[in-house]
Write a protein that binds this ligand. Structure first.
Ligand SMILES: Cc1cc2nc3c(=O)[nH]c(=O)nc-3n(C[C@H](O)[C@H](O)[C@H](O)COP(=O)(O)OP(=O)(O)OC[C@H]3O[C@@H](n4cnc5c(N)ncnc54)[C@H](O)[C@@H]3O)c2cc1C
Length: 475
């Protein structure tokens, strides 16, 4: 049974006499450990109807680049195949996600969606709830404790949210039961019945038509492959697809298994050792909902119930969800606590030894070899160790004309290059650089009372030259 706190009715319309139950998949892009999917199957079984899944694929998604699309589509192709095997028809609709959901759900008995915490994600769901002619239900599956169950306000820091999360863990840290669909939706054929049949074909380079800009696509079928679709999309190609990550649930689970077997034991000791690879590298998979945080937490608990990893995965990550959910301006300098804004303002006119433009930063052209290595890792792989992300952010504050400009630059680079960018964690991580969720420290030029980091600290605490060598091997 799905915990009722995960289920939110988004409108007060009843289910109607429709031909299927639609699961509009947007955030939780997986075919397992997905409360929204299982809820849709339960409701469909009760109504004697099949379940259909649709994903809304938008060209030029804000701040997304080819790197993000490639990873996401790889994951979706796998997810759709798994859904088909379960008798659940799954397809992509090209267009604005809310419009796709409304169009696909025109003849549905009800629409089930998953939950996203960013402003635009909430707005899309509100639009569907308002415009659909049927019941719309949101099911929260990408956190351990539902965000409004954990707290009813923006928490001050990890210390204040931790006890609230920990006291609800037994209740919410429960496996998700897989429900067998009673009716088969028979994949693509089912959706052709929705009208506007797609002109499916291969990419011109493969001797066929391009995937259509409008209509329904069954990824992986009828010649619509990830590569063809990727080439056909209008998107920012300045950050190439090449990254060391292969998208999808299977790849995520493989990483988790290897991490538990080989690295979990040293995870805490190496949390500030970026020359090692002793972290899970699961953040891109979590960002795209390709793996469930609940599944990860239970696997880690089995291996080591006291692991520090659970603090990062549950407390730190869900503090970020709490931040964006209860802070409407989470992507602007104004979101910072008053003490941080005041101290940074007091030091806004302090002399900066060097200033770098966004282009210089992006091309790793600073005087600091450690920072350059971090930026290179990010540019080449789409990933960076948490300890280097902290240093990377702090230096941009130091090298920008004003803290406001530093905030904007950091967020833009973060979201453009990190495969896990545009996540609640991205906004919380960048805001942390400027004092969010942190305390005041000794006062210094430029930084004021916000936490300071420098190269001498890196040299003292880790093998930073080893890190630089590691990155050379990547570029
Ligand atoms: C300036 C800055 C920018 C950041 N930008 C992003 C971003 O764009 N996307 C992103 O997902 N994370 C971001 N983080 C948070 C953190 O660095 C990454 O989540 C982490 O490094 C991802 O690597 P991992 O999956 O190997 O983490 P692991 O150490 O293996 O931890 C497992 C999971 O726990 C969560 N987690 C770990 N550390 C943190 C943390 N400090 N805060 C919140 N959650 C955490 C993540 O979901 C992570 O995947 C940022 C941090 C800073 C300081």
């Amino acid at each position: 049974m799905i915990h009722p706190a995960r289920i939110h009715r988004l409108n007060d319309k009843p289910a109607r006499n429709g031909g299927f139950v639609l699961y509009w998949m947007q955030q939780s892009q997986r075919a397992e450990w997905n409360h929204a999917l299982e809820y849709a199957v339960e409701r469909a079984n009760a109504l004697g109807l099949p379940v259909a899944v649709v994903f809304g694929l938008m060209d030029n998604y804000p701040e997304a680049s080819e790197r993000h699309y490639a990873f996401m589509l790889e994951g979706l192709a796998e997810t759709f195949q798994t859904l088909e095997k379960r008798g659940i028809g799954a397809f992509i609709g090209r267009g604005h996600p809310a419009d796709v959901a409304l169009k696909a759900g025109r003849d549905a008995a009800l629409i089930v969606c998953d939950m996203g915490y960013l402003r635009h994600q909430a707005e899309w769901r509100a639009k569907v709830a308002e415009k659909a002619g049927c019941e719309v239900v949101e099911v929260e599956s990408d956190v351990v404790v539902p965000v409004e169950t954990a707290s009813d306000h923006a928490e001050y820091m990890a210390r204040t949210i931790r006890p609230k999360l920990l006291k609800r863990l037994d209740e919410f840290l429960q496996p998700v039961k897989t429900v067998k669909p009673r009716m088969n939706a028979n994949g693509c054929e089912f959706f052709r019945g929705l009208g506007n049949p797609p002109r499916l074909g291969r990419h011109p380079s493969a001797g066929g038509d391009s995937p259509p800009r409008e209509g329904w696509l069954c990824l992986g079928k009828d010649g619509v492959g990830v590569d063809g679709l990727l080439q056909n999309l209008k998107l920012d190609r300045s950050v190439g697809a090449g990254s060391k990550f292969k998208g999808g649930t299977a790849a995520a689970k493989k990483r988790l298994k290897k991490f538990i077997a080989e690295r979990l034991a040293v995870y805490e000791a190496h949390s500030n050792q970026p020359q090692t690879d002793d972290v899970s590298t699961l953040s891109p998979y979590l960002h795209f909902g390709q793996i469930s945080p609940l599944y990860i937490a239970l696997e880690i608990q089995k291996a080591d119930p006291k692991s520090r990893f659970l603090e990062q995965l549950i407390v730190r990550r869900e503090l970020a969800m709490n931040f964006v959910w209860f802070t409407p301006d989470y992507d602007r300098f104004s979101c910072l606590p008053d003490w941080a804004k005041l101290t940074l303002k007091n030091h806004a006119k302090d002399k900066r030894e060097v200033l770098y433009s966004r282009e210089q930063l992006e091309q790793s052209q600073t005087h600091d070899p450690y920072w350059n290595a971090a930026m290179t890792e990010m540019r080449v792989t789409g990933f960076m160790h948490n300890y280097m992300r902290m240093y990377w952010g702090k230096k941009v504050l130091e090298w920008s004309p004003s803290p406001e400009e530093a905030f904007e630059t950091l967020l833009a680079i973060n979201n453009n290059y990190f495969l896990d960018g545009r996540d609640p964690n991205s906004y919380a991580g960048v805001a942390w650089v400027f004092g969010k969720h942190d305390t005041a420290w000794a006062e210094r030029p430029i930084f004021g009372k916000t936490r300071y980091m420098n190269a001498a600290g890196l040299k003292r605490k880790c093998d930073i030259e080893g890190y630089v060598e590691k990155v050379k091997g990547m570029s």
